[in-house]
Design a protein around this ligand. Structure first.
Ligand code: PEP
Length: 253
């Protein structure tokens, strides 16, 4: 059975002190709780706060997640951060290809692929984000768009490596909008993704990959989504910025 994975993406929110405070509250809230054994929990603060938060989550069930990474090891890449740097401070997972870098900063499928390969080769877990816009859903091309994103991201990735990865299905129209895909809408796309992984890698690998849902997930709608057969967790934006709402989703998982 796939272990559910709930990750909070704090995006460009919270100063280092505020991040440390929220991380401290979360670690205290999950300490000794049975659900912390059965659900994998992660938080992705701003790069600036990663080091400080690393010391806070150390020894706890809370995993340290980065919001992005560059695919080169080092060198003249102003503004970028490497996998080595993340690894050195205890980051274990990296969010890749989120719709915000894709749509706002021109992140391409090719870059997402290079990053996926790099993160896997260094033994970290990529959380590869895919999802359609509202216009694409209304144009009935959701599967085509999501399928292309998955194929592109996994170009050159072996079955053994793919099995260790996480995919986040995040309909762009649901991110930060308060609109959530219905349980059935989300399950249908998750099932499609798992079918595509079966085509690419065989059913053993496809069954191992965890597929999170993301897009205005909150404590109130999490149970229905997380009960679906192919929904293995959540990537949470807004609702991860307060310990109570994030905890509600973890408990639902
Ligand atoms: C996200 O950005 O990954 C996300 C799902 O955001 P929100 O939960 O705020 O919709």
């Amino acid at each position: 059975m796939r272990k559910k994975i709930i990750v909070g993406n704090w995006k460009m929110n919270k100063t280092v002190d505020e991040s440390a405070k929220l991380a401290t509250e979360l670690v205290a809230a999950v300490k000794g709780q049975a659900f912390a054994e059965t659900v994998e929990i992660g938080i992705a603060p701003t790069f600036l706060a990663l080091d400080r938060v690393a010391a806070i989550v150390k020894g706890s069930p809370v995993r340290l997640v980065a919001q992005d990474v560059h695919f080169e090891n080092q060198g003249a890449f102003t503004g970028k951060v490497s996998v080595d740097m993340l690894k050195a401070i205890g980051v274990t997972h990296v969010i890749l290809g989120h719709s915000e870098p894709r749509t706002l900063f021109g992140e391409t499928d090719a870059a997402v692929n290079k990053k996926t390969l790099k993160v896997l080769s260094e033994g970290l877990t990529p959380i590869v984000c895919v999802g359609e816009t509202r216009a694409e859903r209304e144009g009935n091309v959701t599967e085509k768009v999501v399928g292309n994103q998955v194929r592109a991201a996994y170009q050159g990735v072996s079955a053994a490596e793919a099995a260790k990865s996480v995919i986040a299905y995040e309909p762009v129209w649901a991110i930060g909008t308060g609109l959530t895909a219905s349980d059935d809408q989300a399950q249908a796309v998750h099932k499609f993704i798992r079918g595509l992984l079966t085509e690419l890698y065989g059913s053993g690998t496809a069954e191992a990959v965890r597929i999170q849902y993301g897009g205005s997930m909150k404590a109130e709608n999490a149970s229905g989504l997380l009960k679906q057969g192919d929904i293995d967790g959540g990537l949470i934006g807004g609702a991860s910025l307060k310990v109570d709402s994030f905890l509600g989703i973890i408990k639902a998982a």
